[in-house]
Design a binder for this molecule. Structure first.
Ligand code: FUB
Length: 447
């Protein structure tokens, strides 16, 4: 039955540049290595940009990245794509056939935005091309960014991360198997000390993607590390940006989707800490096409970090009047409800919830009804045999907001039903299957 529904359901295409809340946060392109920064009261996201490699684009079956976009948001829910800021064709020192624009970072200093990015250079060292780290400079976080003609001297490596301490000293961290640090000069484009390796981190297994931040006098050196077979996020703490650091624990376990890499950043925004990281949500079978995600992060009283469990729901409120993608769920019944891609040939169309029988349910938290009393609900649904769902508050047995009959239709159609009981404020929604006939739901929305 599920198979025949799949083949019959007509697919509603989303607008190409429509961006969403929930995880992954960017839904029209791959976004890996998310470095987030708060500039001028807004969150800016500087990810790297995985693309699908084609013949002649870099190394087959490997990372393929030609440029960087920057995104911004003031609510962590609605993201604006400001377009390409740096591309491999426009940086004089970069090999424009290498597709090697890996994890970047950006920092504000003396009225300018400094964007740091690794890439393969055109010059050979000991007969080999190698990664260097370049800087592009802008007056605004959105750009335009002007790349420096040469990479930073004496710095072969990837995954730059910049930290400016309270005394104004800037540091650059990067990786090359291990994690390294050096001081930066005031001009932010030259080293002011010899690179040194951060020795106190676990010796065995690759470490990369450093992200250093300070909170209440504790310096947190955080990094992905292959302790077993794929990366997990770990941290070490110290009382100086140069260390020594002491291993302090795991921030996020290995990817449940078996994504070999993880890469992360931290921000504090409006009093809450957030962890940005990536997973291969849109590309379950090829983990070099990744997508940025966010989840909330909490500290214990002693400054240690509580482990973050990756969620579909992510962070932020979802307005009741938007398309609420219930498949980005907060909780799901053990049996009878599953989440599948709408179109496996174009996964950026997103997911749908498939209910197979009565009483199966899916819960989506933090829907903002505002002060308005909603009157109707719209449900984008598909059911070859016809069925029905209930929209409840807070639990599968909670008060019923609406009962929606899904007519027999092998194509997606938007069904409208009355809302019996409108409640202002923020609520958790639960969609419960009320019939034994299979029903598929893409989204629900209130008016
Ligand atoms: O995105 C390419 C590389 O994968 C990054 O530079 C690493 O941190 C890992 O995420």
């Amino acid at each position: 039955m599920k198979k025949s529904l799949l083949s019959f359901c007509f697919i509603t295409l989303f607008a190409v540049n429509q961006l969403f809340a929930q995880n992954p946060i960017i839904r029209d392109q791959f976004t890996a290595d998310p470095s987030a920064r708060v500039f001028n009261g807004k969150v800016y996201l500087f990810p790297s940009h995985d693309i699908r490699a084609k013949e002649g684009m870099g190394r087959p079956g490997w990372f393929c990245m030609a440029d960087y976009h920057v995104f911004s948001s003031d609510n962590l829910t609605d993201w604006t794509d400001h377009g390409v800021i740096v591309s491999q064709n426009k940086v004089p020192w970069v090999d424009s056939t290498s597709y090697s624009m890996w994890a970047p970072d950006c920092i504000f200093r003396n009225g300018k935005y400094y964007f740091y990015f690794p890439a393969n250079g055109t010059k050979e060292v000991n007969g080999r091309r190698r990664f260097g780290i370049g800087v592009a400079i802008a007056d605004k976080p959105e750009g335009p960014y002007v790349p420096e003609p040469e990479p930073i001297k004496n710095l072969p490596g990837i995954d730059p991360n910049i930290f400016i301490d309270k005394d104004g000293q800037a540091y650059i961290y990067w990786s090359m198997g291990n994690i390294f640090v050096a001081k930066l000069k005031d001009n932010m484009v030259e080293l002011d000390s010899e690179p040194q390796v951060i020795k106190e981190l676990p010796q065995k297994g690759l470490k990369e993607g450093p992200w250093l931040f300070e909170r209440n006098g504790i310096y947190y050196m955080t990094y992905p590390h292959v302790e077993n077979t794929i990366e997990r996020l770990e941290y070490a703490i110290g009382d100086n940006p140069l260390g020594p650091f002491k291993f302090a624990g795991v921030i996020m376990d290995e990817s449940p989707m078996n994504c070999w890499t993880n890469h992360h950043s931290f921000i504090e925004y409006n009093g809450q800490w957030y962890l940005f990281y990536h997973q291969n949500a849109y590309s379950p079978k090829f983990d070099k096409n990744r997508s940025a995600c966010i989840d909330s992060l909490f500290f214990n009283a002693d400054g240690t970090i509580r482990k973050v469990i990756p969620t579909h729901r992510g962070v932020g409120l979802t307005s009741a009047s938007k398309k609420i993608e219930i498949d980005r769920y907060s909780a799901i019944s053990e049996k009878g409800a599953t989440v599948e891609f709408i179109d496996t040939s174009y996964r950026f169309n997103g997911w749908k919830t498939v209910f197979d029988n009565k009483d199966a349910w899916i819960q989506y938290n933090a829907v903002d009804f505002g002060m308005k009393k909603v009157k109707t609900i719209q449900v984008n649904a598909c059911s070859e045999s016809g069925g029905s769902v209930q929209i409840r508050l807070n639990s599968a047995n909670g008060p019923i907001l609406s009962e929606v009959v899904i007519p027999k239709n092998s194509q997606w159609n938007i069904v409208t039903a009355k809302v019996k009981k409108a409640l202002p404020g923020v609520h958790n929604l639960v969609v419960v299957s009320a019939s034994d006939q299979p029903v598929e739901i893409d989204w629900v929305s209130f008016e």
